[in-house]
Design a protein. Structure first.
Length: 240
């Protein structure tokens, strides 16, 4: 049987495990049945910008079994945003491309002051990085983090579809760029799911820390590369 991941540009440097891997036209995500949301979402930032309007057509992803999938009712009145993992503004070349980012499988319960502030700042900074002339492609993988020594609260409408959504304690984002000389550079971040007035640089961590916290193996095809995943390899933000 043909492995679909081998046909996708996004998975060039590896794809983590998941209960269900969902292939969209312009990004791939790994879904967790246990957490009722994506464990990770993987994309190549699309540099082509058009006048396509933001779709805002949030909707369930019917490729996921009903007992595991989120619905609009689960977020209603919860006080939490339907936070994008793959950012809408990263995929805006065509209407269908942008629309796909509004599937609820691409959403995670985010505190409003997190989603609209520090998380958005990081998304904007990554797009700025991708716009640099020497950057050929920018790969991004992100997802939720749960700390099992802390209480996990949930949102959801049990009387609607029996699904409750655990609220992540934090989120990770790992960025991998390939430049015009063929060199690869990596930066990884962990951010609490809360408002913050810290700078983006304060959230830089070793990629190994992200892997330990998330239980995922990131960029597995780079095991033999010279890119350090350890603390000593933390690169100044966007430094070449």
């Amino acid at each position: 049987m043909l492995d679909q991941t081998s046909l996708r540009r996004e998975t060039r440097y590896g794809v983590p495990a998941a209960d269900q891997v969902i292939f969209n036209r312009h990004y791939v995500l790994g879904y967790s049945y246990y957490f009722r949301q994506a464990k990770w979402a993987l994309e190549i930032v699309d540099p082509d910008k058009t006048d396509i309007e933001r779709a805002d057509n949030f909707r369930p992803d019917y490729r996921i079994a009903e007992m595991f999938r989120a619905d609009l009712a689960d977020y209603k009145g919860s006080g939490y945003d339907r936070g994008h993992l793959v950012a809408s503004a990263n995929q805006s070349e065509t209407a269908i491309q942008n629309s796909e980012t509004f599937l609820l499988s691409n959403m995670s319960p985010q505190a409003p002051d997190f989603n609209r502030e520090i998380w958005k700042k990081l998304e904007d900074a990554i797009r700025k990085l991708d716009s640099q002339k020497q950057v050929f492609e920018t790969y991004v993988i992100c997802g939720p983090i749960f700390y099992f020594d802390k209480e996990v609260t949930v949102i959801g409408a049990e009387d609607n579809n029996g699904v409750t959504l655990p609220i992540p304690h934090a989120y990770f984002k790992s960025v991998l760029t390939e430049n015009n000389k063929g060199a690869l550079h990596m930066w990884s971040f962990v951010m609490p799911n809360a408002d913050s007035d810290k700078s983006l640089e304060d959230f830089l961590v070793p990629t190994t820390k992200v892997e330990k916290l998330s239980g995922l193996f990131l960029w597995e095809n780079l095991v033999g590369s010279k890119i350090s995943r350890e603390k000593s390899g933390i690169r100044k933000m966007w430094a070449y």
